[in-house]
Structure formats: structure tokens, C-alpha cells
Design a protein around this ligand. Structure first.
Ligand SMILES: *Cc1c(COP(=O)(O)O)cnc(C)c1O
Length: 422
């Protein structure tokens, strides 16, 4: 009886005052989210993707239960074709071999890395995950979730993996399991890039057989930005450089408003790889049941709007903005710097109250801004002006930012010489 009364009165409340109050909340929320974007140079989300043409579709139900590129038994409320196309497009940009690749859209890069590590574990049974101390914290978290031992490899002060240390720790743990190395392509703090070629050389040095290793490239932030660089100057990070699987985030460089990610993996590196000739569907490597049909659509749309040329141009504008920011800061007497292809500008950590107006990622003595596509140079200038005004000698260290000069990519391993780019 009392339950019924309570239910009825709640329904009555929500049909008048409740809905009006909720609508006001929505207005306030919109203002807060718009405001958050204005001073956001600390976090790596692009803001130039226009999804207006999708808004009407996003009101419709779309559930990608199943696997992209696979028959759906008559169920039609999905965007699996768009998901398949988006994954294939990204696979092409990352030079995955056309006859040995599969993948899917995930809820983000963490989920994509979880899929990749699960494949490696199920394929080799006993594995050990290695990632540098500058790798994203999700790698350790995912290894823990999957009950895989995790070994942190030291990184240089600039954030790149120490390959000599990698060879040493792998050699020491040879009997622990097959090494699964997660290379970071754009570390969270400095946007440093681990060299997949050098990772392989380190595994060679530790006498790890080619067929008993898995190298995953966590390219959440920088993968699609680097993909447009000419092969001769591009850091070694993609499939043609020896990666077995790669993830990217949709909400970072592409700027989808909803978080999402893509995993691309060699079909031959999947746990239950099946013969592509006798079995037309790809292996099912989803870890979920129902999956969003909206995020694959956003990714597909982003890749229509941003052709490979446009992706590269956006990346070059961001790099130019980052370069300009470094110039402005160093001219003002502040040590600042960036890795060769990075959008990330590393600078001394500002005093705490400054972070209320300009939220920044900070670590130890350093902080960074990221000049993502869609962030105007005017905003960067506003930031630099405010920042320089609060930075006084005690906060300005005499030492330079810990970023070494750029160097040549590792020479290609003999067996990768003929890697097919597509
Ligand atoms: C952002 C990021 C992640 C985590 O990605 P989510 O999409 O938030 O799960 C992992 N690795 C790197 C290098 C990242 O930049």
C-alpha cells in the first residue's frame, strides 16, 4: 500500500516540477561543459569534429552485439558495417597487412588493450606483460584484471623505454612466460614514443624466438597523428614496423564526443585464429554482449570528414601550434620543450591555484599542455600570457625540460624488410 502511494507521488512530481527542474539542470550542465572546453589545454581531446549530421541517428537504437564483418542472423538495428569500415580504414592507416588483420571498436583504449592482452594470454597460455614506467596506468590495471604478471621497465627522463633494461629483464624472466611488450606511442606526460623496432631488437638480444612474442603498440593518443608522416621520418610503431596489435582512442585525436577506441590485431596473433578461406566470418574477439552502435558511427563519420590528407594536415597544424608555444615560453625565459612530432609541450609545474583556471596534467616538477586539433592558437596565447604572469624565479627551474634531441628510427629487422604496406 505505502509503496504504491510513494510510486504515484513520485510519478506526479516528475510530471511537472521535477521535469522543469531537470531541464534547468540540463541547461546548467551544458554551460559547464562548454566552459570546461574553453580553458582545456591539459587534456588530449580534439574539438573540431562536427557530428551535427549524426544527431538524428543518435536518437535511434543501435546495438552492435556481435562482431564487425560477421553475419547477424537477421538482426538489423546495428551499425556493424560502419564499424567494419572504420576498423579497416584505421588498419590501413596503420599499415596492417590486408590478408592478416581484424579488429573492432571498443569502449576506449583501456578496453582495446584488454582485448589484445587477452588474445596474447589465450594464445600462449603463460605470458608476462612488460611496459615502461611511463606507460599508461591502464596497462598494469589490465594485466592485473587478466591475472598476468606485470613488469615495469625503466624509462628515460623523457619517457622512452630503456631497451637495454628491457632485454635484461626479459632475459632474467625467460622461464616466466612468453613476453608481451606494450610499447607506448605517445606517453601520457611527455608524448614520448617507444620504438617498436628497438623493442624487437631487445627481444632478439634476450634470445626470444620470433614466434613466441607479442608486441602491442598503445597508440591511443598519437597513432593516427603519426600515420600521415612520410615512412622515412615516421617513428617505428605500426604493423609494418613489427607491431602485432595496435589501439587508438576515438575521443582523443579524432575527437568523438563519446569515449571509444579501436583495436586492430593481426588475425594470426588472435587466440583462436581460424582459416579465412573456409570460414568467412572473422574470429569473435568481443569481450562484451551488447555494444554501442553509436560510437562506431561517430568513428566512421570522423574518418569520412577527415581523409588521410586532412588527418595529416590537422596533425601538422597542432605541431606548429606546439612549436609556437615552445617559442613563446622560451622567449619569456621559461624552459619548455617537446618531442619531435609531439602536440605536447612540457613546461615547469605552475603554482597550485593556477590549476583552478587552467587544469593541467602535472607530474613531479613538470606539467604539460597539449595543442590538439580544434584548440585555437589564441587560446594557447591566452594560456601562455596567464602562465608567464604567475611564474616567478623560484618556480622556474634553471634546468631544461628532460627531452632529448630526436634520433633516427631503428634500422628495420631483416624479416620486416618486405612488410606489405597498404
Ligand atoms: C588515454 C590513453 C589510454 C587510456 O585510454 P582510454 O580510452 O581512456 O581507456 C591508454 N594509453 C594511452 C597512451 C593513452 O593516452
Amino acid at each position: 500500500m505505502s509503496t504504491r502511494v510513494a510510486t504515484t507521488s513520485r510519478a506526479a512530481a516528475s510530471s511537472n516540477g521535477g521535469v522543469l527542474a531537470a531541464r534547468r539542470r540540463l541547461g546548467a550542465l551544458r554551460r559547464r561543459l562548454d566552459d570546461a572546453v574553453r580553458n582545456d589545454l591539459g587534456f588530449p581531446n580534439s574539438t573540431d569534429l562536427d557530428i551535427t549530421p549524426l544527431v538524428d541517428l543518435l536518437r535511434r537504437s543501435a546495438n552492435n552485439v556481435g562482431y564487425p564483418g560477421r553475419p547477424t542472423n537477421g538482426f538489423r538495428s546495428h551499425t556493424l558495417e560502419e564499424e567494419f569500415e572504420a576498423v579497416q580504414c584505421v588498419a590501413g592507416l596503420l599499415r596492417a597487412p590486408t590478408d592478416d588483420r581484424t579488429g573492432l571498436v571498443t569502449s576506449g583504449s583501456t578496453a582495446a588493450i584488454r582485448h589484445a592482452l587477452l588474445h596474447a594470454r589465450d594464445r600462449f597460455r603463460k605470458v608476462v606483460v612488460y611496459a615502461s614506467t611511463a606507460a599508461h596506468t591502464c596497462v598494469r590495471k589490465v594485466a592485473h584484471q587478466l591475472r598476468i604478471p606485470f613488469v615495469a621497465v625503466p624509462a628515460s627522463p623523457g619517457g622512452e623505454m630503456d631497451y637495454t633494461e628491457l632485454a635484461a629483464v626479459v632475459a632474467r624472466r625467460r622461464r616466466g612466460g612468453v613476453p608481451v611488450v606494450v610499447a607506448t606511442i605517445g606517453t601520457t606526460m611527455f608524448e614520448a614514443i617507444d620504438d617498436v623496432g628497438r623493442v624487437h631488437l631487445a627481444l632478439d638480444a634476450a634470445s626470444v624466438p620470433s614466434e613466441a612474442r607479442h608486441v602491442h603498440a598503445d597508440a591511443a593518443l598519437a597513432g593516427l597523428a603519426l600515420a600521415g608522416l612520410p615512412p622515412a621520418t615516421r617513428p617505428g610503431f605500426d604493423f609494418a614496423d613489427g607491431a602485432d596489435s595496435i589501439n587508438i582512442s576515438g575521443h582523443k585525436f579524432l575527437g568523438t564526443p563519446e569515449p571509444c577506441g579501436i583495436l586492430v590485431i593481426r588475425r594470426s596473433a588472435c587466440a583462436d585464429a581460424v582459416d579465412a578461406v573456409t570460414y568467412t566470418g572473422s574470429v569473435d574477439l568481443t569481450m562484451d554482449g551488447s555494444r554501442s552502435g553509436h560510437t562506431p558511427l561517430m568513428l566512421w563519420w570522423a574518418l569520412q570528414q577527415f581523409s588521410p590528407d586532412v588527418l595529416h594536415r590537422r596533425a601538422e597544424v597542432s605541431r606548429a601550434n606546439a612549436r609556437t608555444a615552445v617559442d613563446w615560453l622560451t622567449t619569456a625565459g621559461i624552459p619548455a620543450g617537446r618531442h619531435e612530432h609531439a602536440f605536447t609541450v612540457v613546461l615547469p609545474r605552475p603554482p597550485e591555484p593556477f590549476l583552478d583556471t587552467w587544469p593541467l596534467a602535472v607530474e613531479g616538477d613538470w606539467a604539460h599542455i597539449i595543442c590538439m586539433p580544434g584548440k585555437a592558437l589564441d587560446d594557447v596565447h591566452r594560456f601562455v600570457t596567464d602562465y608567464v604572469a604567475v611564474m616567478r624565479p623560484p618556480q622556474i627551474p634553471a634546468r631544461p625540460v628532460p627531452i632529448p634531441p630526436a634520433r633516427e628510427p631503428a634500422p628495420k629487422r631483416a624479416e620486416l624488410k618486405d612488410a606489405i604496406a597498404c
